[in-house]
Design a protein around this ligand. Sequence first.
Ligand code: DGT
Ligand code: MG
Length: 367
Amino acid sequence: VPLKTTPDLDHTVRFSCQRTSSLVCPNQELCEQLDVVRKLRELEGEERSSLSYRRAVASIKSYPRQLSKCDREEIARLPNIGTKISKMVLEYLENGNINEVEKIKASERYNALVLFASIYGIGPSTARNLYARGLRNLRDLEAFYEVNGPPVEGIEGPQSVEMDIQIALGLRAELAIKIPREEVELIHRTIMNELEVVQPGCVSMIVGGYRRGKSESNDVDIVFTHPDASKAIGLCTKLVRRLHEQGMVTHVMHLSSFHAHNALRTTHWDSLEKSLTVFRPPIPNPTRRRVDLIFALPETYWTAVVGWTGSTMFERDLRSVAKLQGMKFDSSGITRRHDSTLFYPRTEKEVFDMFGLPWIDPTLRNA
Ligand code: DGT
Ligand code: MG
């Protein structure tokens, strides 16, 4: 039975995990404009400033109706919006655009950094280094990383970040194509059929943007577990091997196994085993897709589901709320800081209850 969200959650509360944020909001274009500044600041390594814009955009995302230039007081009441950003908001409401945003969008540096950082493995600082070396476009990137065609298939996993980048760059044209919901579902069904062969009785959920209602995704994120913990361990590697044998997983971008979640408690293991793969759906003329497979132990399934449903801003605020309560939240569990007690919610709702948060439907976590 789907849980119902409190319809009128206060949009002026501080953290985005206490509010509802729909996929498309009444002030969508304004949010997209401010997000350009957020992105530039992030690419320039100005984390604090970037976070201010991210928070401001999230506040506007939760505002329930379209803002107009007469709404000065309403804007002043929105959380996380300071003088500078509120001026930009008013500029947009007066003129329909923001001068600073127009300048950023027209700049060669911004466009090159956005392009570079769109390649898996290239973060902001690498992007800036590449720009400083004089690289400007895709051809420059391909020449720099010596990419001339699709990468050799195999699941050994890259030995270096450069190899990650080479794979992502070699497959860029394919991986840039968005995945419609029906195909996300087909990929999920296909993988579950193969998993049933490897280990019967697993359960799973499609998470990420798909679960938040996006009509098209950049990748497919799936969280798995098995009710019997002893059967869940090591499954990720087995599944990836099987999918590779069936010709479906062509590359592994990153493979991590169990590692410590709480460094102070060596007895507890991060129960998330994950594999970031390139997947070729068994359909005519397939497009290769990025598929993230995340394996949790049964007791951490629900924190993994919450942690991988997103959005990134929602997750960030969930961690902040947890921290204010002396707790640590991440995808692999909830820990009380002072005595390292671990908590294992048995439903998704229990994760919210644990932090005194209202239930927010996944489709309203688009902060
Ligand atoms: P997209 O771009 O259409 O795939 O949109 P999303 O929202 O599915 O974005 P994605 O796939 O990058 O991430 C899904 C959520 O999973 C996101 O809210 C943050 C979380 N997530 C992504 N990568 C990691 C990771 O390495 N560790 C953990 N714990 N969470 C992650
Ligand atoms: Mg995703």
